[in-house]
Design a binder for this molecule. Structure first.
Ligand code: NAD
Length: 256
């Protein structure tokens, strides 16, 4: 039997990249999927078609996760249309590069608003329903190697992912008694739209590949397999952890 039969999963930002891949993989394991998108219904429809191609069911909900009312509506729509919600994947994320001394309030609010505030309050809305119904659940955050590893000129991104790391550890303690687990996946460099500039910059890309022992960028599917594991019964006793999916990037160090 598929490992996620009869489960319902919200995957934020699943109109592209890692989120789309996770949506398809969870569906292949039997879950019904809520495809959240902010502004690309065509991408969300593409995800829906791919979910259906593996035999799953998907609904589309437009929600900007940085807006509290949208996160509440996302959970409400899930219950209204699918009757339950067992798994939340906080995947939506953005990055904005700038030297620290040039970061604007607008960019700070944008990055922290999606990557941290969005995950925070959507998890809150997800947990409240489970707590009231006395049901267990799974939260899977798509963090980054930059929850730990410095990324100069991306201080807002690092602040958001570092905070997500600590939030996960804190919530593991608070949510454990409710039977809700929470874990982070920390991808390294994965081939998705967020890396469009990097993929077009050969010298930068070559330099990065030298730091990756497996000598390639990751594919969204490399991340999706781990999300499926963390959502399934095999991961029932795992909470408060971060799993790195980076081809060995973080542990690599060369003496020059
Ligand atoms: P992506 O740009 O394809 O995906 C990000 C998704 O988030 C998009 O679908 C976008 O529409 C959505 N999104 C952005 N703002 C939103 C909002 N306000 N509300 C709802 N959705 C919103 O890139 P990706 O690489 O698939 O990124 C997915 C996650 O993986 C992000 O959290 C990112 O930080 C993380 N990550 C990616 C990499 C990588 O190398 N690709 C590495 C580490 C971590």
């Amino acid at each position: 039997m598929p490992t996620l039969q009869n489960k319902v999963a919200i995957v934020t930002g699943s109109s592209s990249g890692i989120g789309q891949s996770i949506a398809i993989r969870l569906a292949a394991e039997g879950a019904n999927i809520v495809v959240d998108y902010r502004s690309h219904p065509e991408g969300a429809n593409d995800t829906k078609a791919k979910v259906e191609a593996v035999g799953g069911k998907a609904i589309l909900v437009q929600a900007d996760v940085s807006k509290l009312s949208d996160t509440q509506n996302l959970v409400d729509q899930t219950y209204k249309q699918l009757g339950r919600c067992d798994i939340l994947v906080n995947n939506a994320g953005i990055e904005k590069g700038a030297d620290f001394w040039d970061v604007t309030e607008q960019d700070y609010d944008a990055v922290l608003g999606v990557n941290l505030k969005g995950a925070f309050f959507l998890t809150q809305a997800f947990v409240r329903r489970l707590r009231d119904a006395k049901l267990p659940g799974r939260v899977i955050n798509i963090s980054s190697v930059h929850e730990d590893m410095a990324f100069p000129h991306f201080s807002t991104y690092c602040a958001s992912k570092g905070a997500m790391r600590m939030l996960t550890r804190n919530l593991a303690v608070e949510l454990g008694p409710l039977g809700i687990t929470i874990n982070n996946i920390a991808p390294g460099a994965i081939m998705t739209p967020i890396n469009t500039a990097l993929l077009g910059d050969k010298p930068k890309l070559d330099a990065l590949l030298k730091n990756i022992p497996l000598n390639r960028l990751g594919k969204p599917e490399d991340v999706a397999g781990l999300a499926a594991f963390l959502a399934a019964d095999d991961a029932a006793y795992i909470t408060g952890s971060t799993y790195v999916v980076d081809g060995g990037l973080m542990v690599n160090y060369h003496e020059q």
